[in-house]
Structures are given as C-alpha cells and as structure tokens.
Design a protein around this ligand. Sequence first.
Ligand code: ADP
Length: 435
Amino acid sequence: MNILVLNAGSSSQKSCLYSLSAAQLPDVPPEPRWEGAIDWTDRPGKARLSVKSSAGKPLEKMLPCEDASNSATRSDITRYLLETLWQGETKTIASPTDIHAVGHRVVHGGQTYSEAVRVNRTVKATIRALIPLAPAHNPANLAGIEIAEALLGPDTPQFAVFDTAFHSHLPKAAAVYPGPYEWLDWGIRRYGFHGISHEYVAYRAAALLGRSLAELKLITCHLGNGCSLAAIRNGRSIDTTMGFTPLEGLMMGSRSGSVDPGILLYLMRDRGISPDELDMMLHQQSGLKGLSGISNDLRTIQKAISERNERAKLAFDVYIHRIRTGIGAMLASLDGLDALIFTAGVGENSAEVRANVCQAFRFLNLELDSQLNCSRPRDLDIATSESQVRILVVQTQEDWQIASTCWRKINQREKYRLGSASAVGNGDVDPLLVK
Ligand code: ADP
C-alpha cells in the first residue's frame, strides 16, 4: 500500500511516499521511497525544489515564484513536485493510481476533531472555518488537499491528521483560560500543537524503554523552530505549553512564547503599535532572533556566544530558563516523571541545550550521562544507569506518524466496509471515521 504524506508549513511544503505492507506496520519507521520539499523562502522570487527518490537521482531545482504568498503559484509548484513521483528521473511509481491514500498534516482541528478523519466536504469546510485560528497553516493544508484531489481523483482516500488532536483530552483545568467565561463559548481555550510529534515520540520512547505507554509519566520536549512541551500520562497529553495558538509557551526561534498580556496593551495604547505590527513582532522579531539580533538558528547563536556576544548569551539563557520553568509546570501536572524526552532540530542535536536543561532537575535524581549526551544520540537513552528518571533523545517522525495513522484508519475501515461504504465521498460526514 502506497501512502503519500503532505506536510505543509508556512514557509515550506514537504511530502513523502511510504510503501507499507497491508498486513502489518513495522516497529521502526521505514525510509520513505520518495521525499520532496519546496522551500518558499530560500531566495526572493524563487522556490527551491528538492526531491530524493530510492528509484533515481536526486533532483534540485530553483523555480520562478514571483509571489510566494500567491496560492495559485504555490499550487502549480506543489503539483509539479508531486508529478516527479511518476515522471522524470525521480519516477518512483508508474502512475498516480499507484497512490492508495494521502495523509495531510493539518495544524488546527479546533474542538471538532479529537482524532484523524477521512476528508470529505464537511471536513474541508471545518478546516476552512478554522483558518482564523491558524492563518499561516490551515490555508496551506487545505490547498494540499485540493491539489491531491485534482491529481488523484475524488476516490483516493485522503485523511486529515491534526496537530491539535493529541491534546484534545486536556483536563478542563489545563485547557481553560482564566478570562471571562464567554471566551469558552467563542472557542478561546488551550488547544496545544505539535501533537503529531509529541504522540510519536511518546510511543517510540515507550518502545525504547520496553514499557507500556499506559504506565508511563513522560515529558516530551519538541524543540525546533517552534518549541513546545507536553506532559503525557496513560498515553494522553494532559498538559502542554502551546495554547489557543502556537505562540504561547516556550521561547522559540523567532516567536516570543508567553509574555505578559499587559505588554501587548501597552504597546498598542502607548506606543501606537498596530495589530499587524504586533503580529510581526511576536512571530518574527522575537525569541532567539529578537533577543540576539543575529539569528533564529541556535547554531549561529552558539557560535556568537563562543565569540563573546552578550546578546547571544542572554538569548540562550532566557531560552534555557523558559524550558526549565516549562518542565517545572509539566511536572506539577504529572505528579511524577519516568522519562524526559528531547526531540526536533534543537532537542535532537544540541547536547548543550540538553545538558543545561537537565542540570536544573538533578534534585529529582535525574542524571545525564555526559558522554552519551555528546555522542550524537538517536533514539537512545542518555541517562546514567543510576538515574531515577530516564532521559531520551528520539528523532521525531511526523510524516511516519501521519502515514501510520492513515494505515490504521484504512484497516479499521476495512473491517466495517460492508454496509456503510456509501457514506464516504458523497460530501456527508463518514460516521465511522469522524468523531
Ligand atoms: P521546524 O520547527 O522548522 O521543523 P526543526 O525541528 O528542523 O524545525 O529545527 C530547526 C532548528 O534546529 C534550527 O533552527 C536550529 O536552531 C536547530 N538545529 C539544527 N541542528 C542543530 C545543531 N546541530 N545544533 C543546534 N541546533 C540545531
């Protein structure tokens, strides 16, 4: 079974193809047979397209893209990327009919979806209605769904896998903001994000520890350009640092994370900053980039620190402080801890961040093995054998999590195919796949 995954971000479009046995899923994520990516921001007026395929030579191309914010231009280039699956030197499958299902990462599923669903008209309308809550992502996710439908036809099943779904069982005390009660009626509550990654690394950590996920208390640290933590008990997220939007919580590459909301009122009233300017400040001019004045990339910050740049040092110190206090908050929700798990670009690669974060929790008898920490660990326990809390580095595999979720949905569906197939594809909500 060939499953195509589309993962659209605000500045990139990633995609890959997995070939899976219909009988069972492998324990360890396999390599995709084909991987494609478009970077919309590499150079002004150009889109960088790159394709890797197990079948042929890699492809690297700059395509003219006068306006990367134009959805028609984006659609054309995305379509071009997907066609390299069955055309040219990267050809991996004979024709589009060899794709049996498509899985899409959809950032915001609101309060409607607590698990992945098969896409139909209602699902598309809901994703569209949620655009105000995820303006940089949901439109790109929806565009991916439309492009796949145009290329593969309406009968190829497509699934929306939501970044919010894993957090949909947050207890009310963790989900509700202490604003006016009406906020809840307006959908203003904590949703949490990066759920696909938090869910995968929790599952993988349990497998690496040889224990059941149901018996573990875990804190997962997704530290990439965007950063968030999740407290996981019984395999469910019970607290997380991102909230109504992916702006809440930890300090990030260029996002501020949580700040005193009084600052926003002050900036608007007394400094004449408009909502759009505020948006730009909080999303693109804050975090590591804003404080250091250099870069959102931790590697650049670390190099500057080694050259005694004080703002870079301040940015790093605030970044670590926020992760430590965030973990403190997750600990309070969990009431115990079996393992602390690091993932994503920074979490997987920065031994220095892991060491600085773990240092604060030695009072829990959490002991990092400094040699293992510096050994470029991948899917490895890096705690000392005496440590009472395990510390793991797990490579996040969001695309694999999406593909395996589709596989499970299809197999679950196969069991029920008799008697209800007619509901799918006609625009009605599929009662078997939508909760
Ligand atoms: P995204 O959130 O965009 O998916 P990633 O998870 O790929 O991002 O993380 C990207 C970030 O990871 C980079 O901005 C960089 O700061 C960090 N990173 C990648 N490699 C290293 C490294 N070797 N050391 C420190 N930081 C790294």
